[in-house]
Design a binder for this molecule. Structure first.
Ligand code: SF4
Length: 333
């Protein structure tokens, strides 16, 4: 039997999962657990790099993320789900990487500059945030991952990981694996309630764990075709954020029906919002029922993380021992 390739991806526990995650990353993660030896980790140290001043929610979001993942169909028997901070070995490898990585490599990471400029409500002038890429390289290298799924905007990060791994191997001896980039299937672009891309930081998200009443309230507040002021004005469903979400969850006939009656001004936006709200509640009902059951099992999320850590531990222990030996810091023997 040919061994499956090992793939790794991690998420920062800094918020709840929303529909944008559901139609993007989550569907890819479900697929990857079938075809790869898939490792999914909760990147809680990465969360701390930007949320160091108030880490009080990290633990809650960690639990919520595990519940969301498992209720959505990630199977802890098929994939490995663990928490980054469970393994000080990752921080140790990151430290070795910090020794060999020129500062200029980190300074030129495009997202570093961008985030320093764009995120103004938090202080990102800390060393931990600057060193984010070497910690990420360690996450990947410690598992000797073959592949990492990367969207376009993360490609420079993975290239940097590959450069760091090459430098480690050139300096201390060929050992660590250079991970290949896997381009995931492009997820749907999900608009938020204000029409911009759905994002926690814009405050425009519909969370997959939102109770039905909250889903209804959010959908009823959604932006529609801004040019359609009166019910008697014909609308343009192609530019309507509400219809974009409806397309993701309803049949072609249903979509065509709303499309037609919008253009002919036979139906109004309020009726369409009510319909989407009910369809969305029904669409998420099965997932939410499973999530409620899992959440009722005391300590379930932590059991999953513990079992995942037990699976990841042998690989991580072996990698760090070999790295220590290569940097001549192993104990005598
Ligand atoms: S009728 Fe529907 S598709 Fe048309 S603008 Fe209103 S909400 Fe959007």
């Amino acid at each position: 039997m040919i061994a499956r390739k090992r793939i790794l991806t991690g998420y920062r526990p800094t918020g709840k999962l929303h529909l944008g995650h559901w139609f993007g990353n989550l569907q890819n993660m479900l697929e990857m657990q079938q075809t790869y030896d898939a490792y999914y980790f909760i990147a809680d140290w990465h969360a701390l790099t930007s949320h160091w001043a108030d880490p009080s929610d990290i633990r809650t979001y960690t639990e919520e993320m595990v519940l969301d993942w498992c209720a959505a169909g990630l199977d802890p028997d098929l994939c490995t789900i663990y928490r980054q901070s469970e393994f000080p070995q990752v921080a140790e490898l990151a430290l070795y990487f910090d020794m060999i990585t020129p500062m200029a490599w980190l300074e030129r990471v495009p997202s570093y500059k961008e985030q320093r400029e764009q995120i103004t409500d938090r202080d990102l002038g800390n060393v931990g945030f600057f060193l984010y890429p070497t910690l990420m390289a360690a996450d990947i290298a410690i598992l000797l991952a073959d592949a990492v799924p990367v969207g376009e905007d993360q490609a420079p990060h993975l290239e940097l990981t590959r450069e760091i791994v090459r430098r480690f191997n050139n300096t201390y001896g060929e050992y660590l694996r250079e991970p290949a980039a896997v381009i995931p299937k492009e997820g749907a672009r999900v608009p938020g309630t204000d029409g911009r891309k759905m994002s926690k930081s814009y405050g425009n998200s519909i969370f997959i764990s939102d109770p039905p009443e909250e889903i209804r309230t959010k959908v009823m507040s959604m932006l529609t075709d801004p040019a359609r002021r009166l019910k008697t004005d014909p609308g343009d469903p192609d530019i309507c954020p509400l219809q974009q979400i409806h397309k993701l969850i309803s049949s072609d006939e249903e979509i065509a029906r709303w499309d037609g009656c919008c253009r002919s001004a036979e139906c109004g936006c309020v009726a369409h919002k009510r319909k989407l709200a009910e369809d969305l509640v029904a669409y998420l009902a099965e997932f939410q029922a499973r999530r409620t059951l899992l959440a009722a099992r005391p300590g379930y999320a932590w059991e999953v993380l513990e079992a995942g850590a037990a699976k990841a531990r042998p690989v991580i222990d072996e990698t760090i021992e070999n790295c220590r030996r290569l940097v001549k810091l192993d104990s005598a023997g």
